[in-house]
Design a binder for this molecule. Structure first.
Ligand code: ADP
Ligand code: MG
Length: 297
């Protein structure tokens, strides 16, 4: 590999909107056969909006939203920002939070107005809150929203479920085209997310990823294990993410690609940065690496 050709490749990358950490990165880019795509913030815009508010009898939407919004105001997660903004719009100023705690890939907890409040997902192996099953009305609302691709989170107050909030973000207009391009290059796209399986399947269907290539309900620390497993199966894995709960997986992949619109942690953990956050540029990067290195031979 002549240094000159690699430098030219790196320069061409910059023109395409690809920041390459070092010329040697092009070599691993060329060998990639599997592309793991993070859902939120990568395939979707990550700009979520609050959609529905469902509450149990005896509680008002305002009360539940105020508690949830106050708590989420302290978190940077895209879901949290949507809930905090929606709550502020509908209820006004949010009360303060004490003993705030972020549980990555799960949700948030803290004290608001003298109550212990949580907002987050129910784990598949623990579908209840503190031993109580989700009330029928909330369970139905949650299932219906997830079947349509919206993310549903449960609000609890003092250990009892009092509401379900749904949020949705748009799939990027370029994502389906990007998946087609990756396939045309002979790569296998895989969707990886901490979100619910039904939501993940709905997004995968919309962008053309097969249901067998959807890995959902994965906790942040387990995203690394998924990448490691694919590598043990003999695949050369690129991972594309925005850094929210996936920076470690980006660092573990043979090739980490950060969305330029993502966090600093993503950019630090990655070999390549897609400046505009357009997934099609991931395909450009692989094409560029193949071309650059074949002229070198
Ligand atoms: P993704 O893999 O799609 O980027 P994450 O791993 O960041 O998603 O989050 C996984 C799931 O955990 C979310 O879909 C949501 O159900 C729950 N969750 C995470 N953070 C929060 C939060 N701040 N508020 C509510 N729910 C959350
Ligand atoms: Mg994410």
């Amino acid at each position: 590999a002549t240094p000159t050709a690699l430098m030219v490749g790196t320069g061409r990358g910059a023109q395409l909107g690809i920041l390459i950490k070092g010329p040697e990165v092009l070599e691993s880019t060329r060998r990639v056969d599997t592309v793991v795509l993070d859902k939120t913030g990568t395939v979707t815009t990550g700009r979520m909006r609050l959609q529905e508010v469902h509450v149990v009898a005896g509680d008002t939407e305002e009360d539940v939203l105020r508690l949830a919004g106050a708590l989420e105001h302290a978190s940077e997660h895209p879901i949290a920002q949507a809930i905090a903004a929606g709550a502020q719009d509908r209820t006004g100023a949010l009360p303060p939070v004490e003993r705030f705690e972020n549980v990555p890939g799960r949700g948030v907890r803290g004290h608001v107005q003298g109550h212990e409040v949580t907002v987050g997902r129910l784990l598949p192996d623990a579908p209840a809150v503190d031993g109580h099953p989700l009330p029928d009305g909330l369970a139905r609302a949650k299932d219906a929203a997830e079947a349509e691709g919206r993310t549903a989170v449960v609000v609890t107050r003092d250990g009892v479920a009092v509401g379900v909030l749904t949020v949705a973000d748009a799939i990027k207009e370029t994502s389906a085209e990007a998946v087609r391009e990756l396939r045309a290059l002979g790569l296998r796209p895989v969707l990886l997310t901490g979100d619910n399986r039904a939501v993940a399947q709905a997004v995968a269907r919309a962008v053309g990823i097969g249901s067998e290539d959807v890995i959902a309900e994965v906790l942040p620390q387990d995203k690394v294990a998924v990448v490691e497993r694919l590598r043990r199966e003999g695949r050369t894995v690129a991972m594309v993410g925005d850094g929210v709960n996936d920076a470690a997986a980006l660092a573990t992949a043979d090739l980490g690609l950060a969305m330029g619109t993502g966090t600093d942690a993503a950019i630090e953990a990655s070999d390549l940065t897609l400046v505009r956050g357009d997934l099609r540029v991931a395909a450009d990067a692989i094409r560029l690496a193949r071309r650059t290195l074949s002229t070198i031979k």
